[in-house]
Design a protein around this ligand. Structure first.
Ligand code: SAH
Length: 218
């Protein structure tokens, strides 16, 4: 794994300034993005791309999300240090590490077994420990519910009911919902046992959420 260096930290500071100019305000989120080395999630040949505000292919037809998107979703999630957080779509593990900077209680599930294995090995070398699972996260992780926060990092056709049921009262789900071209970021808060409130934010473009509550595999 590529070591972290002054140069990398400098590049991260510049990236974080850019995210702040683009509207990310939460200091804890900006600090988390300044702390987590993003270049370790890239193959050595592509390291130069790590500190640009861009998504990038990670193999298996998947991408590491754009830093702005990671910061945006993390800001909406409003994670507290005591929170149990579920991430659906581990991918490269980058967002997972950003969450670990905010709470030690992170669960993350990835459907693709090749990515799961690669990312599991990478995350073992980094500080903090998330509980990683390989499987269909569109139906959540019922055996570890309830969660204070659930973050979906793939585009979903609907808001999966199973995920709402796994939120603690007062808990929140952040999820991009739409067709396969474009999705709107949504935040759903569980106000009581059977009441939910929904807010709608900006448009994004994610890879599709597959699985039972996602898109059928094409
Ligand atoms: N959070 C990731 C972004 C990953 S892209 C990162 O920081 O790199 C979305 C990921 O969701 C892909 O790895 C894809 O394989 C995964 N995915 C798609 N459908 C899924 C499902 N039903 N359950 C779990 N993971 C899923």
């Amino acid at each position: 794994m590529q070591p972290d260096s002054y140069r990398h930290r400098g590049l991260r500071r510049t990236l974080v300034e850019e995210l702040s100019r683009k509207g990310i305000r939460d200091e804890r989120v900006l600090r988390a993005l300044a702390a987590v080395p993003r270049h370790v999630f890239f193959e050595p040949a592509f390291q130069d791309h790590a500190y640009q505000d861009k998504a990038f292919p990670i193999g298996e037809g998947q991408t590491i999300s754009q830093p702005y998107t990671v910061a945006y979703q993390t800001e909406l999630l409003r994670v507290e240090p005591s929170h149990r957080v579920l991430e659906v779509g581990t991918g490269s593990g980058y967002q997972c590490c950003v969450l670990l900077d905010l709470t030690p209680h992170v669960f993350s599930i990835e459907l693709n077994p090749v990515l799961f294995e690669r990312t599991r090995r990478r995350l073992e070398l980094l500080p903090g420990h998330a509980q990683l699972f390989c499987g269909d996260g569109s139906v959540g992780l019922p055996e570890h519910a309830p969660f204070d926060r659930i973050l979906v990092t793939a585009g979903s056709p609907t808001i999966p009911r199973g995920l709402l049921q796994q939120l603690r009262v007062g808990g929140a789900l952040v999820i991009p919902v739409g067709d396969e071209q474009v999705q709107r970021m949504m935040r759903v808060v569980r106000e009581s046992e059977d009441e939910f409130s929904k807010e709608v934010f900006e448009e994004f473009r994610f890879v599709p959420l597959l699985g039972r509550a996602g898109w059928p595999k094409s």
